[in-house]
Design a protein around this ligand. Structure first.
Ligand code: LLP
Length: 431
């Protein structure tokens, strides 16, 4: 099986986190999102332990909220000792409502509004990751008004192409994110910030991209950031205490994807950074990372009920399910590949090739094409694996379809952590 939290029971059903998925589908209805809470916690601990061990004390991971955001995930993160990054006032609000300590939250985004900045400072946000001068000026003036010295990191673009999907690569110079090192604008910006009295510059941030399986792009980014830090240190006397390398380690979605050992990758980046600091003659900074996908993706699964099975003579077969692009827009957006199986026939051979279609009034509403699958019938349960990241958080109500509930499994016990939307919920904002 693709991941260790998957197995097939004697009844031929797919088990997830040691629970029969077919009985969960019966109990909660479909579409249904499942979360393996034990695995999420274990993955958080892997990052926390490996970062402290290899980068040194004080280095730590921040959960990238954008991958999966609901109140309960912040309780889990806080319990395990993770920090978090948030990119919007809505994520900030959810973290706060979930009881997350705001001093451990880092506020990202390329266009924070004045209202966002005031909300974050009033909420006691730990750090801003400053993208641009306009927002910096607002952070500074509002901090002065409130009589505080706001801690900040500055987002830089290191100019790296990590060979991932163009839409999820964000570290290149021509990007809406951050300030470019290559053009000299980053130096100018830092010099400007160092003259400010209302903020405390702690260091630099970069993010190269997502779904990366190798350590090289992170090592390359670290080199550029540390060279920049050394240069600023020599010229202006400011040596960054912190370097945040962003998110990005990959997760296998299908058997074709490489397997990845997160601790090993972290150790590789750490040994690279140690050498680089020696070469540059600067202290090893506190390293932060912002994993999202690699914390939650393989702890998630979505279950659907199969409806229509349509074979078009001379063409192909469509298997339609009771969800689709509203709960998982990733195939429509990025052609993302997934692994599918019929949960109540998990032992049977995958004897059919099908296009998996959603129920929206839109031809592009597909979850996959040329998918090997056990021949399904109406009423069967279709499982889509590895849907924990960027599925629920990107879900919409297109065609007025209610979003599925999220059921978390911990120690073999299941519980609802996000309830299913009702039709009333769908109309609740209409006046
Ligand atoms: N930090 C920053 C600044 C980011 O922009 C991202 C992701 C992360 C951390 C977390 O990266 P991760 O560890 O999850 O790779 N919606 C796309 C992914 C977009 C990623 C955007 N930034 C998808 O569904 O694949």
């Amino acid at each position: 099986m693709l991941h260790t939290n998957l197995s097939v029971g004697e009844n031929g059903h797919l088990y997830f986190a040691n629970v029969d998925t077919v009985s969960l589908a019966e109990k909660y209805g479909t579409p249904l999102m499942l979360l393996d809470e034990d695995r999420i916690r274990a993955r958080m601990r892997t990052y926390i332990t490996a970062m402290e061990k290899h980068f040194g004390e004080g280095s730590k991971p921040l959960l990238a909220s954008k991958a999966l955001c609901f109140k309960g995930i912040y309780k889990i993160a806080a319990d395990e000792g993770m920090c978090t990054d948030i990119v919007s006032p809505g994520e900030l609000y959810t973290a706060k409502a979930g009881g997350f300590p705001m001093e451990n939250a880092y506020f990202h985004g390329n266009n924070k509004t004045d209202v966002d900045i005031e909300f974050a400072i009033d909420s006691g946000i730990g750090y801003f990751i400053v993208d641009n001068r306009e927002e910096f000026d607002k952070i500074s003036s509002y901090s002065a008004e409130k009589g505080i010295k706001q801690k900040i990191l500055v987002r830089l673009s290191p100019g790296i192409d990590p060979h991932t999907h163009a839409k999820i690569s964000t570290g290149s110079v021509d990007s809406k994110f951050g300030t470019a090192i290559e053009t000299g604008q980053a130096e100018e910006f830092i010099a400007y910030i160092l003259n400010d009295k209302n903020t405390e510059l702690c260091g630099y941030h970069c993010h190269v991209g997502s779904q990366i399986f190798e350590s090289e792009p992170f090592c390359d980014a670290a080199d550029i950031m540390m060279e920049f830090s050394a240069m600023i240190g020599k010229k202006y006397g400011f040596y960054a205490k912190t370097i945040n390398l962003g998110g990005g380690f990959g997760v296998p979605y299908t058997e074709k994807d490489p397997k990845i050992d997160y601790e090993e990758k972290i150790a590789e980046v750490a040994s690279h950074i140690k050498n680089a600091s020696k070469k540059l003659g600067i202290d090893i900074p506190q390293i932060l990372m912002e994993p999202g996908r690699s914390i939650v993706a393989d702890s998630g699964m979505t279950l659907y009920t199969v409806g229509t099975v349509k074979s078009i003579t001379g063409y192909k077969s469509y298997v339609s399910i009771d969800g689709g692009m509203p709960d998982n827009p990733r195939y429509a957006l990025y052609n993302s590949e997934y692994t599918f199986l019929i949960a109540n026939k998990a032992n049977a051979e995958k004897d059919m090739t099908a296009t998996i279609a959603g129920r929206c009034c839109e031809s592009g509403d597909l979850l996959g094409e040329n998918i090997p699958i056990q021949t399904p019938e109406r009423g069967d349960i279709l499982a889509v694996l590895v849907t924990g990241a960027y599925n629920y958080s990107m879900a919409s109500n297109y065609n007025k379809l209610p979003r599925p509930p999220i059921v978390a499994i911990k120690g073999g016990e299941d519980r609802v952590v996000v309830r299913r939307e009702t039709y009333e919920d769908l109309a609740r904002l209409d006046v």
